[in-house]
Design a protein around this ligand. Structure first.
Ligand SMILES: [Fe+2]
Length: 307
């Protein structure tokens, strides 16, 4: 199965229509896709990965291999209830928590902030084109994530290493799950794979990212907001015997206070009197049903159009 690849530069080019259609299909049928030509600076991406790898080597690696998880695997115990990962989470918006990361260097702090500013722009653009593809206002998703009038969506990054694992048959890097939030933008290892997504009952292996392509998947809130049209796909990370894998996943999410619901435009009309439907049908039978359904949404049980 070929994972959909969205050439982001084409969204402003001649092939905009085809690219939008491909994106819509990816969101409906896959719940994930690769983005190329996303305009995030390659050197910046390389630098983030390099600095995080160094941070892991200097601060996390030793303690990981001395942890309970590692000991259980040494004893050949089954570890299907835990994850073979070394990770930490940073919030960027609404309030940054990056200062809470122990021993973080000024360079990593600054580089991370620069990278996140870029990747958020991509998340915002994706929210716009996804909204457009759903037939909603361009800023619909963004506003829903902001809780209406807020300044912006919530943004956080899970920084993870999936360390080389001597017994990958006993443990997952990360167990099967869907993501809770909105749009997830992943910068990942260029050498070691391991991420897998479920599609139509089959696990699809996501290859290591060449050329710093960003891998995107949609979370549970996009599925709800789109009334189930777009999917949040189940995924997992396999542990690897031959190398460790870096994963920098930025979440473009609703703020905690946001009230989430399916977009009313995408809902079927409910609670109408069938006689009212028939009356409208009589005058619109040879038109499309979509506008008829829309009209029914605005009608109360007495056949009156609501203001
Ligand atoms: Fe996930």
């Amino acid at each position: 199965m070929e994972i959909p690849v969205i050439d982001f530069s084409e969204l402003n080019g001649e092939k905009r229509g085809d690219t939008m259609a491909l994106l819509h299909k990816a969101c409906e049928q896959w719940g994930f896709f690769m983005v190329e030509n996303h305009e995030i600076d390659t050197q910046l991406m390389e630098k983030v990965k390099q600095l995080i790898n160094t941070y892991y080597e200097e601060n996390l690696k030793e303690s990981f291999y001395q942890s309970e998880i590692a000991k259980r695997l040494e004893k050949h115990e089954n570890a299907s209830d835990i994850d073979w990962e070394s990770s930490f989470f940073i919030w960027h918006r609404p309030t940054s928590t990056i200062h809470e990361i122990p021993n973080i260097s000024q360079e990593l702090w600054q580089t991370m902030d620069e990278y996140v500013a870029e990747v958020v722009k991509l998340g915002e653009k994706l929210s716009e084109v996804m909204s457009e593809n759903l037939g909603l206002e361009k800023d619909y998703m963004k506003k829903a994530f902001c809780g209406g009038d807020g300044d912006g969506a919530a943004v956080g990054t899970k920084v993870a290493k999936y360390p080389e694992c001597a017994r990958p048959e006993l443990v997952r890097g990360l167990r099967e799950h869907t993501d809770a939030g909105g749009i997830i933008l992943l910068l990942q290892d260029e050498r070691v794979g391991g991420l897998e997504f479920l599609k139509d009952g089959e696990w699809v292996k996501i290859p290591a990212s060449k050329n710093n392509a960003i891998f995107v998947n949609t979370g549970d809130q996009v599925e709800v907001l789109s009334n189930g049209l777009y999917k949040s796909a189940v995924h997992r990370v396999m542990a690897d015997k031959n190398g460790s894998r870096i994963s920098i996943a930025t979440f473009y999410n609703p703020i905690p206070e946001a009230i989430i619901s399916p977009a009313p435009k995408l809902l079927y009309p409910t609670n109408f009197l069938y006689a009212d439907y028939l009356k409208l049908y009589g005058s619109t039978k040879f038109g499309e049903k979509g506008p008829r359904f829309e009209s029914m949404k605005n009608m109360n049980n007495n056949g009156n159009i609501l203001a």
